[in-house]
Design a protein around this ligand. Structure first.
Ligand code: UD1
Ligand code: CA
Length: 481
C-alpha cells in the first residue's frame, strides 16, 4: 500500500482508579509501560507519523513518550473534552495530514495490543475502501463500551455510547474496541462536525461513524478475534491480570521457538528479553529488561536477571543479577549477587555467596566461595580463595584491584585497593594485601605462628576445654596420641 499511515494514540485521560501518583499509561507490565507496548505495536507498522495526545500529568507522560519514540509528535489536550476533541487536537498538532492517507486511532492503555492486529485491521480498512472502520468485538458483557448499531441491511449505522443508549441498544453485544481507522480526507472533513450534544457533554469520536453513514459512505467493522488485545487496564487488579496474560503469551512464544520452561506459571519473561533455542528456564525465574540468553544456557531455579547477557551453555543458579555479562560455559551461584559491570569470562565461575560489582573476571577464572569482588580485574585462569574481600572503598573513594593471570590466592584474604597482584603470584591464608605482589611471588602478611603450650589448662582451669586438653596430653604421654 502506498498511502501514508498516520497513527494517533490517545493518552490524555486521568486514570483515577489506579490510585497512583504515576500516570496510568506509565504503569508497567512485561518490562514496559502500557503506552510503551502500544507504541511498540504501532511502530511495527512503520507509520509515516505518530502523534500522541497527552494531558493529565503530561510532564511525566510526554518525556517518556519522547524517550521511547523521539519522532512522535506530542499534542497537548489541556481539558479532556472527549475522544473527538482529542483527535481534533492531534490533527491540529500534525498540521498537514495528507488527504490520501489512512489515520489509525489507538489508546495508550491497551498493553496487549500487537502490531499484527493493527496491520490486519489497516489492510482490511483499505481493502474495504471505507471512510471509517471499527475494530469491533463481540463480548459477553458489553457494559461501558460503545455499541455498534446496524441498519436493516446489516450495515453499520452508528456507535452509541453506554450512557446515551436505549435499553434495546444496551443489549447489543457487538462493541467498539476503541481502535478506529479513517480515510484521512473523511476524518479531516468530519472532525469539525462532531458536537458535544450528548449525555456526557463530550465530543465523541465515535459520532464520526453516524456521520459517514448519513453521508452515504462505507463504514466497515473488522472483528478482533483476540479481545484482550484491546482491553485497557483501569485499576491495579486489571493491570495484574493483563500482566499475567501478557507473560503467559511471552512464555508461550519462547517455548514455541524452542525454549524449555519447566514451570510457565512461575516464570516471568519481559517483552524485550531474547532467549535462544535450547535454553532451559527452571521454576521461579524472572528474565527481565533486555536480558539475552544464549543457547543451551540453564537459568534458575529462583533467579532474577535484569538486563544481563548469559553465554551459551552457562549455568546460573539462584542468582540475582543486573547488567552483568556471563561468558559461555561459565557457572554462577547458587546464591550469587551480580551487580552492574560484572563480566565473567568463558568457563569462569562465580560461586556460592559471592557478590560482584564492576568486576572483570577472566576466562576460566574462579571466585568460588563467600567473597566480595568490587572494582576488580582478575586475569584468566586465576583462582580466588574462599572468603576474599576486595576492599575497594577507603571511606571516601573507590579504588581498583588487579589480579593477574593464573594467580592462586589463599582463603580469607583482604585486597586493600588500589593494589596489584601479578601473574602467577600467590598469597597465604589470611593475607591482607596492602602492597603490590610481583609476578610469581608468594605474599604472606601475618607474623609467624606462636604456640603457647598448656595455655588452656593454666588460663581456663576447671573447664571442659582444659579437661579435654589435659586428657589429650595424657594420651600423648602414653603413646596413644
Ligand atoms: C471509548 C469509546 C467507546 C469504546 C471504548 C473502548 C468514545 C466516545 N467512546 O469510550 O465507544 O467502546 O472507548 O474502550 O470514543 N482520551 C483522551 N482525551 C479525552 C478523552 C479520552 O485522550 O478527552 C483518551 C483516554 O485517555 C483513553 C481513551 O481516550 O485512553 C478512551 O477514553 P475513555 O474516556 O476511556 O473512553 P470510553 O468512555 O471508555
Ligand atoms: Ca475506557
Amino acid at each position: 500500500m502506498t498511502d501514508q499511515l498516520t497513527v494517533i494514540v490517545l493518552a490524555a485521560g486521568g486514570g483515577t482508579r489506579m490510585k497512583s501518583k504515576t500516570p496510568k499509561v506509565l504503569h508497567r507490565i512485561g518490562g514496559r509501560s502500557m503506552i510503551g507496548h502500544v507504541l511498540a505495536a504501532v511502530g511495527s507498522l512503520e507509520p509515516h507519523r505518530v502523534v500522541t495526545v497527552v494531558g493529565h500529568q503530561r510532564e511525566l507522560v510526554a518525556p517518556h513518550i519522547t524517550e521511547l519514540l523521539p519522532e512522535a509528535v506530542l499534542a497537548v489536550q489541556e481539558e479532556q473534552l472527549g475522544t473527538g476533541h482529542a483527535v481534533r487536537i492531534a490533527l491540529e498538532a500534525l498540521g498537514d495530514v495528507p488527504r490520501a492517507g489512512t489515520v489509525l486511532i489507538a489508546y495508550g492503555d491497551t498493553p496487549l495490543l500487537e502490531g499484527a492486529t493493527l496491520r490486519a485491521f489497516t489492510e482490511s480498512h483499505r481493502g474495504a475502501q471505507a471512510a471509517v472502520s471499527i475494530l469491533s468485538g463481540i463480548v459477553a458483557d458489553p457494559h461501558g463500551y460503545g455499541r455498534i448499531v446496524r441498519d436493516a441491511e446489516g450495515g453499520v449505522e452508528a456507535i452509541v455510547e453506554e450512557k446515551d443508549a436505549t435499553d434495546a441498544q444496551r443489549a447489543i453485544t457487538e462493541i467498539n474496541s476503541g481502535i478506529l481507522a479513517f480515510d484521512a480526507a473523511f476524518l479531516l472533513d468530519c472532525i469539525g462536525r462532531i458536537d458535544n450534544d450528548n449525555s456526557k457533554g463530550e465530543y465523541y469520536l465515535t459520532d464520526a461513524v453516524g456521520l459517514a453513514h448519513r453521508d452515504g459512505l462505507t463504514v466497515a467493522a473488522h472483528a478482533v478475534d483476540d479481545a484482550l488485545q484491546t482491553e485497557g487496564a483501569n485499576d491495579r487488579v486489571q493491570l495484574a491480570e493483563l500482566g499475567r496474560e501478557l507473560n503467559r503469551r511471552i512464555v508461550t512464544r519462547w517455548m514455541a521457538s524452542g525454549v524449555t520452561v519447566m514451570d510457565p506459571a512461575t516464570t516471568w519473561i519481559d517483552a524485550d528479553a531474547v532467549l535462544a533455542a535450547d535454553v532451559t528456564i527452571l521454576p521461579g525465574t524472572q528474565v527481565l529488561g533486555k536480558t539475552v540468553i544464549a543457547e543451551d544456557a540453564v537459568v534458575g531455579p529462583d533467579t532474577t536477571l535484569q538486563d544481563c547477557e548469559i553465554g551459551a551453555g552457562a549455568r546460573v543458579v539462584r542468582t540475582h543479577g543486573q547488567l552483568a555479562v556471563i561468558g559461555a560455559g561459565a557457572t554462577v551461584g547458587p546464591f550469587a549477587y551480580l551487580r552492574p559491570g560484572t563480566l565473567l569470562g568463558a568457563n569462569g565461575k562465580i560461586g556460592t555467596f559471592v557478590e560482584t560489582k564492576n568486576a572483570q573476571i577472566g576466562e576460566g577464572a574462579k571466585v568460588p566461595h563467600l567473597s566480595y569482588v568490587g572494582d576488580a580485574e582478575i586475569g584468566e585462569g586465576t583462582n580466588i580463595g574462599a572468603g576474599t574481600i576486595f576492599a575497594n572503598y577507603d571511606g571516601s573513594a573507590k579504588h581498583r584491584t588487579k589480579v593477574g593471570r593464573f594467580a592462586k590466592t589463599g582463603s580469607n584474604n583482604t585486597f586493600v585497593a588500589p593494589v596489584e597482584i601479578g601473574d602467577g603470584a600467590g598469597t597465604g591464608g589470611g593475607t591482607v594485601v596492602r602492597r603490590n605482589v610481583p609476578p610469581g611471588a608468594l605474599a604472606v602478611s601475618g607474623g609467624p605462628q606462636r604456640n603457647l603450650p598448656g595455655w588452656a589448662q593454666s588460663k581456663r582451669p576447671g573447664t571442659a576445654q582444659a579437661e579435654a586438653a589435659a586428657a589429650a596430653g595424657k594420651d600423648e604421654q602414653s603413646g596413644n596420641g
